[in-house]
Each structure stands twice: as C-alpha cells, then as structure tokens.
Design a protein around this ligand. Sequence first.
Ligand code: EPZ
Length: 429
Amino acid sequence: MAPPVASEPVFRVRGGGPLEGTLRLSGAKNSVLKLMAASLLADGPVELSEVPDITDVPVMGAVLEGLGVTVRHDAAAGTCRLEVHDDRGLRPPADAVTRIRASVACLGPLVARRGAAELALPGGDRIGARSIDLHLEGLTAMGAVVERASDGVTVHADALHGARITLDFPSVGATENLVMAATLARGRTVIDNAAREPEIADLCRMLVAMGADIRGIGTPTVTVEGVERLTGVGWETCPDRIEAGTYLVAGALTGGRVRVERVRAGDLTLPLRKLADAGATVDVDGDAVTVERRSGPLRPVDVVTLPYPGFPTDLQPQMMVLLTQADGMSRCTENVFESRFSFVDQLRRMGADIDVDGHHALLSGPTTLRGATLDGLDVRAGAAGVLAGLVAEGETRVRDVDHVDRGYARFVERLRTLGADIVREDDGA
Ligand code: EPZ
C-alpha cells in the first residue's frame, strides 16, 4: 500500500459508544444524476429540489454544460435548474464523463433528441467490469448505429423507433437509458426484464410529468409510447435509501438508536428485515425510520444481493461490517458486481474472520476489530470502513475520502451529530 500523500485528507475514527440521534436526509445520488440527464430531453427548464450536496452533482453538471445545458446548482439550497440553450453538442467533456458512472445516462437522451452521441466510457466505482453492452444493444434495437472505440462509443440514429427489448440482466443504467430514449422514439417500446429500483420509477414519473407516455412503472415490463416533445418540469429528488440504510446499519452496529427522516421504508424492506433478524428493533413512522439495539448480541443473518426488490448491493459492505459483530456464522452472497468483495481485505486487516468462496463470503463473529488504515475503495466501501472504525479498538483511518464525498453529503458532520468520534483531516496532520 503506497504511503499516504501528505495533503491527502483522511477520516480518522475512534471506536466509541452507541450512535444516538436523528438525521434528515436529502435526495438520492442514484436518482438526481439521471434526473439531471433527462433535462437533455426537455423543451423547457428542469428544476430539481432536494438535490444532495455531493460531489457527483457538479460533475454531472459539467457533463451537461459541455452539452449546451445551463446548470444552476445551489448546493446549500439543494436545488438545481437545468435548461438546454444549445442542442448541437454531441460529445460531453471526457474528463467529466470518465469520473462517474451516471454520465452514461446522457446516451439515450442525446441519441433520441439530437440523433447522435460520442461518449467516452463512463467512470465510477471499480467494483466490476461495468460494461454498457446492454445499453448499446437496446439502442441498436431501436435503430441506432453503434461504433465502438477503445475509449468510447459513437451512437447515431436518424430517428429512433420503438422496439421490444428483453434485457439479459435487469440493469439499472440500461433501463434508465432505454426508457429515456424511448420517450421520443417513433412508436412503442417494450422493455422486458427491466430494473425496478425506486430511483427508476421516480425517473419515469418525472418523465410522465414532462409529457412522456410510460406504463408499467416499477414493474419488470415497461411500455413507452413515443411522443413528439417533453416539456420542462419541477421535481423533488426522491430520498436516498442507501444513505439512509448506511446510517441505520450504523445505529444497530453501535448498539444505539438512529432515526432517519425523509426515507421511504418501502424502499428498504429487506435491509430493515435483516436488521430486525439481527436483533435490532425497527420502527417505521411515516417518512421516518428508527433502528435501535440496546442489549443483547447481534444475531447472524444471511444476505443475498440482487436487483431490486432484492437486498441492495450498495448496502452490502455496510452489512458485512455488522455481520463481523454477529454471534455466529453469517453468509453474504454478492450477485450484482463481480468485484465487490474487495472490501473484505479491508475488514480482514482489522481482524475480521471472513472466508470468500466465489460469490459467497462466510463471516464468523463476533470478532474484535482493531483500528487500521483503510483504503476507501469506492463510495460504499469507504463509508463502511468508517462504520467499522466506529466499533474498532483504537483509531481507524480511511483514505480516499473523495469516494465517500461522491455519495454522502456532510458525512462527518452527520456522524458527529449522532455522537461519533470522527474527524476529517489532511493525513499529514
Ligand atoms: C447503478 O449502477 C448504481 N449507480 C450503482 O450504485 C448500483 O450498485 C447499481 O445500479 C445496481 O443497483 C448509479 O446509479 C450511478 P447496473 P449501474 O447497470 O447502472 C452489469 C453506488 O454505490 N451490466 O444495474 O452501473 C454490470 O457490470 C453505485 O451508488 C452489464 O454487464 O448498475 C453489473 O455487474 C455503485 N452490461 C450489473 O450489470 C450493461 O450494459 C449491474 O449493473 C450494464 C450492466
């Protein structure tokens, strides 16, 4: 492991007592970035609220500004206004596109609205191959011509037409791209084996509010009738179920009581059930969820990540931390990303007893975790590393905090609100 660069900021966490308190969260990273991309389809301004103060938002803003969109983002107010002022651009700036996965969400709207796109391969967390073949196959079925290069792809279509598409895998990004492309295609598009994540349903509802004709929202079969145009819209970003789940797991992990406001419990059915199975009490009160664990050991549970409504892969690292403290053998099966067990090595470095066999991780607990210096490998592994530090002996440092900043607004501030002993500082300090 390379020595930390002096100016490199780290999270420094000390294990301590239970987390206690209430957080009110804003919108979902994996929703807002796609809502922003949908502005490419609109004849008028798209005005978003509850926009999370995360670094991916201005990056997506830069992608869209490179495509002739005026982006007015007020991080403090949680708003973002997007309006196309020049619709001739086909090639978003590669330096922004390659930083986040969500930049791929420009592809469908560009081809549908402008007839072509020249996109560098998107970036994002290094948790697997993250191909975009399903996106491209779907657009091809709709009449697009795809030319692949080593570092990007060019897609063009004189006019997209409706098609019947069955996805090999219920890909979130491919579903979003193809639904957006289909809104302006000629005729009917039916997408079978579509992903059903709540963020996709919310995107579809916003598109309908803009004038799209979409049926089967939230189901595995989505039907889109192409329309002539889509108007601008005002829209509130849906709550971030993964961010909420992260703090709720932390409450159970530390033996405390955490209440999260502005969360849809129905989006977290399996994570909440698993926390209850592990011995926490879960209370749902309107748009607030409280997780508490006062006494008794954590019980082992099995977790299987699957596309929604299965257990979300984005809560897998956080749940793994909890399972290291459960009294017995737990199994975690990762079915979505082939490289998402890279976080296991970080936990082993702290003393966790985990055996990995392909898609399965077998965790034996409870094990005492010792503070260590961890790499914040990706958004969720970085956050989970901090959670591990909350129950470890001594101090834990988590590097690459920029990954966590991509998906968690005011992470340190919010954890400190709950009583965590955590600071963010330059590593040289
Ligand atoms: C979205 O990624 C999220 N990111 C991910 O969240 C999330 O983990 C994932 O959905 C699954 O829920 C954003 O929305 C920005 P996929 P996405 O297409 O769209 C394979 C986080 O931590 N696949 O459903 O890239 C792919 O390799 C991030 O917030 C293909 O093979 O997910 C993966 O193994 C991490 N070909 C699986 O499908 C394709 O064309 C799921 O990918 C597309 C996907």
